[in-house]
Write a protein that binds this ligand. Sequence first.
Ligand code: TPP
Ligand code: MG
Length: 335
Amino acid sequence: MAKTRHAELGISDEQALEIYETMLMARRLDERMWLLNRAGKIPFVVSCQGQEAAQVGAAFALDRRRDYILPYYRDLGVVLPFGMTPTDIMLSSFGKAEDPNSGGRQMPGHFGQKKNRIVTGSSPVTTQVPHAVGIALATQMENKDLVTFVTFGEGSSNQGDFHEGANFAGVHKLPVIFMCENNQYAISVPAHKQLACERVSDRAQSYGMPGVTVDGLDPLEVYQVVKEAADRARRGEGPSLIETMTHRFTAHSSDDDQSRYRSTDELEKMQTEDPIMFFKQYLTDNGLLDEAVDKEINDRVMKQVNEATEYAENAPYPDPNTILNFVYAAETQGE
Ligand SMILES: Cc1ncc(C[n+]2csc(CCOP(=O)(O)OP(=O)(O)O)c2C)c(N)n1
Ligand SMILES: [Mg+2]
């Protein structure tokens, strides 16, 4: 019998199901956040929905015990496999003291968790790219066997930070992977009004690195190219640029209404191209998933989403007396 696609990539049946469960966890957490936002319980949501395959496929191709990641605000599907828990995510959404990202200070989506090598980002888009390149330079100088992985949207790939970072990484052959999650919009601006070249990956050539565009609705395709890029980086052959073609199922954020700038036809067609439905079909066709197993996975995910919501909702807010922590140096410092 011919090998399945995941087996050809060295992914076991259990891992394939784990990829599916992680994609589902990202989706269900995200959906819960929208409900909480609409109920007036959390202030803001910026979604991963439609991009889960690209995110989870990429994360599984990295060394999750060693590599550094610099995710952008939609990357729920990257940070979950790197060890951030559903409870961590909910604590951040509710702005509670125990939020590992910032102790309830940052906007949701600004992921950062030292113990899991998730490097915090700033709100100006693409600032994470030069940070990633700097980390890759440090690991090269220190001869460390680890790869740095950074993501950004296609709109963000027009910022100077992307070009400076990619050029420096190309010149110095740094072990860094640039992954663009091209969801075809930067808030309300469609891709054709953002880029003069056809693909974001076309830009790789200018910076002396391979560039590929892949189907970001298929976690296995993304896994394959990120794995190749990671192997390349570990061999000392330098950076890679990967563009994953995805969908943004929701509006830009909970403060946006995409029906103002996308047609009903476009939105309806997009709903038929759901990465989770596609991967579920793949697993079913290959005998890994049936209704009973799918229900078991869904139930497990929903139990965790419910528990995380309840815990975070009941957790304490930061003490107002700590409001200036991490803003100014402590008085004793520098004395
Ligand atoms: C330097 C900078 N300019 C503008 C903004 C406002 N802004 C936030 S997200 C965004 C769109 C980014 O689009 P893209 O990179 O395609 O990512 P997506 O949200 O589509 O995933 C903009 C313009 C910002 N945060 N930083
Ligand atoms: Mg975009």
